[in-house]
Design a protein around this ligand. Structure first.
Ligand code: NAD
Ligand code: MG
Length: 394
């Protein structure tokens, strides 16, 4: 029996995780469910899974959840605030932490899970992008296990040799291909991108996801963040990570070997596959995913990304080559820009300008050696991005 904390249980990844757990109640027990503001969904999850703890990031809403649970005679204890999230990630009785909070808010509890030496199922790519060196050091020093949930990284993990130790050439690996769907605007006329709405940006052709990652997929910043994520997870330099647009989202990523072999993981686009893979690793369990029907898929397409259409991809490569705090700046400015776009304050095509402006303004040379350093760099980048947006509106 493995005991789980789910950070971000009410989101798209959280709900999919609970769906896999529901199929294997004899093997996984939910100890803590954590969310931000979705009282109703968290209440329902508590009734079904009877966790020991439920946490809401928003303190005001926690009292409402506690009252509803008490009225339903559910014994789950309710806590709130960022420090409660940290506690849930470190609980001694917890073996596995699903890190599925979206954005920078997920970093402190995910890092706490690493320091506590947990098995971490990492969906929250922003944590690794903003704090790569600090996070990986915590994982290694504390004997934590890091398993990727992002479908591309999970595919690469499955396609690398099982004894891969972070040295590409020793394993006979030439490089990685990260596949990308190209999002909803892959073929739209460039001139029309200025006026796309948040609803259009969130309507992903193949995956159903939270709002932030959906907009990131439309700008392809999601792939940019994933390049940086792959760099840290697999210790691979940027020039060995190539992005290939693959509109069907059936090949989830590939590893190219020196002998000419290319090994890939294929499947229907359903996040329950990587979640079940990481939960049970190294075993295999049913995920509730339909088997891939190759005859229905029939053909697969691959194309090179157009950097004029997707300038965020170039910004991610720039962040990796600058090093220092550049990826932290990129991630924070992107979060601010995506939020401003969702609120109708900036155009879709301004998102990359906000990020570039923050990166131009803040020197990348700053070395980030602790969580406090990372959070300070994150704050400065948010301010720079916000100022650019305000100045642009005037
Ligand atoms: P989502 O918006 O659907 O859910 C986010 C979750 O985080 C919710 O449960 C929300 O309550 C919680 N949350 C947000 N802010 C919080 C805060 N301050 N304190 C506590 N909880 C907070 O997002 P999602 O699509 O599930 O994505 C989650 C993470 O997984 C993201 O980092 C995303 O990039 C990554 N990811 C998602 C997918 C996918 O298919 N959805 C695929 C790959 C990676
Ligand atoms: Mg992905």
């Amino acid at each position: 029996m493995q005991n789980l904390t789910i950070l971000g249980s009410t989101g798209s990844i959280g709900v999919n995780t609970l769906d896999v757990v529901r199929r294997h109640r004899q093997s996984y027990r939910i100890v803590a469910l954590c969310a931000h503001r979705q009282v109703e969904r968290l209440f329902e999850q508590c009734i079904e899974f009877q966790p020991r703890y439920a946490v809401l990031g928003d303190r005001a809403l926690a009292a409402a959840l506690a009252a509803r649970l008490a009225a339903a005679s559910c014994p789950t204890e309710v806590a709130s605030g960022p420090e409660a999230l940290l506690r849930m990630a470190e609980l001694p009785e917890v073996d596995v932490v699903m890190a599925a909070i979206v954005g920078a808010a997920g970093l402190p509890p995910t890092l706490a899970a690493a320091v506590a030496g947990k098995k971490i199922l990492l969906a929250n790519k922003e944590a690794l992008v903003m704090a790569g060196a600090v996070f990986m050091r915590a994982v290694h020093q504390n004997g934590a296990t890091l398993l990727p949930i992002d479908s591309e990284h999970n595919a690469i993990f499955q396609s690398l040799p099982s004894d891969y130790s972070g040295n590409l050439s020793e394993s006979g690996v030439l490089g990685l291909f990260l596949t990308a769907s190209g999002g909803p605007f892959r073929t739209m006329a460039l001139a029309d991108l200025d006026s796309v709405s948040p609803e259009q940006a969130c309507a992903h052709p193949n995956w159903v996801m939270g709002q932030k990652i959906s907009v990131d997929s439309a700008t392809m910043m999601n792939k940019g963040l994933e390049i940086i994520e792959a760099h840290w997870l697999f210790n691979v330099p940027a020039d060995k990570i190539e992005v290939v647009i693959h509109p069907e989202s059936v090949v989830h990523s590939l590893v190219q070997y020196a002998d000419g072999s290319v090994i890939a993981e294929l499947g229907n686009p359903d996040m329950r596959t990587p979640i079940a893979h990481a939960l049970a690793y190294p075993r295999r369990i049913a995920a509730g995913v339909e088997p891939l029907d190759l005859f229905q898929v029939a053909s697969l397409h691959f194309e090179r990304p157009d950097l004029e259409r997707f300038p965020c991809l170039a910004l991610a490569y720039r962040a990796l080559s600058e090093g220092g705090c550049a990826s932290t700046t990129l991630n924070a400015a992107n979060e601010v820009a995506v939020q401003a776009f969702l609120e109708g304050r900036i155009a879709f095509t301004t998102i990359h300008l906000v990020i570039a402006a923050a990166m131009d303004q803040l020197p990348a040379t700053k070395v980030l050696d602790s969580l406090a350093d990372v959070l300070a760099a994150d704050r400065m980048a948010r301010e720079a991005a916000e100022q650019f947006i305000i100045a642009k509106a005037c």
